[in-house]
Design a binder for this molecule. Structure first.
Ligand code: FMN
Length: 225
């Protein structure tokens, strides 16, 4: 297929939740993963593991778990109104597509589960307690060593004409996911991504403008560009 440019990929790799059941060749998935592993990671540790789930029974099990999360999500979004940047019709379309995925996650021919092994630092034990506390406070940054790879997966899928979407709510059933995928204790999953040929079309992506979200030098001072 014809190559697309980087910016075209970034501007059109929208969330694809309606995915055909047609198989995806392993060579293409290998190329997607080869793009994933070009991503940066803290200390260049590359402690990632990408579990490619093709087995129909495991996809069904993960799909059933994902469907179970819908109960939690429906509660979370009860009475929610469209955010100011989304007009009601767009919000409705987004919501319908989110609901669709709850019923069809397991039907995607491939599910990719990006995981990270916990990082251990040899000198950590000898650090003073106040530094240990600071490090514990920074635990929220753990995902920064896997999400750049996840974005590479999204872009590489786009380049190969595949659709995918980053989802994270499988984490509500983390224990069950661990069992299905046989994850060892020091490995955690960070996303559940259906991958396959899209039923609809890619892009274009619309977002709040840069002028609304960028600042110069300090919070609240708009970026003039
Ligand atoms: C951290 C994160 C979690 C997400 N979780 C879900 C999810 O559980 N289910 C889902 O359908 N989409 C999920 N998404 C996809 C977003 O809804 C999507 O990226 C966003 O609506 C923008 O879509 P667009 O690129 O098509 O405009 C998630 C995205 C991110 C970044």
């Amino acid at each position: 297929m014809a190559e697309i440019g980087l910016f075209e990929a970034m501007y059109t790799a929208r969330a694809i939740r309606r995915i055909k059941t047609d198989p995806v060749p392993d060579e293409i998935i290998s190329k997607v993963l080869d793009a994933a592993i070009r991503a940066p990671s803290g200390s260049n540790a590359q402690s990632w593991v990408f579990i490619v789930v093709k087995d129909a029974e495991k996809r069904k099990q993960l799909g059933a778990l994902y469907q179970k999360t819908s109960g939690i999500l429906l509660k979370l979004y009860e009475g929610a109104k469209p955010p100011p940047h989304m007009d009601p019709a767009k919000y409705e379309r987004w919501w319908r597509s989110v609901l669709y995925l709850f019923d069809h996650m397991g039907e995607a021919p491939v599910l990719i589960v990006p995981c990270l092994k916990a990082t251990t630092f040899s000198g950590a034990a000898s650090l003073p307690d106040d530094i240990k506390a600071r490090m514990a406070g920074a635990a929220r940054l753990a995902g920064s060593s896997i999400y750049p790879a996840v974005q590479n997966i999204i872009l590489a899928c786009r380049a190969f004409g595949l659709g995918t979407v980053l989802t994270t709510i499988h984490a509500f059933y983390e224990e069950e996911v661990r069992q299905i995928l046989n994850l060892p204790p020091d490995v955690q999953s960070y996303a559940l991504m259906p991958v396959g040929y899209p039923k609809g079309k890619h892009g274009p992506i619309s977002r709040k403008p840069v002028s609304e979200v960028a600042c110069l030098d300090s919070y609240g001072k708009p970026w003039p560009g």
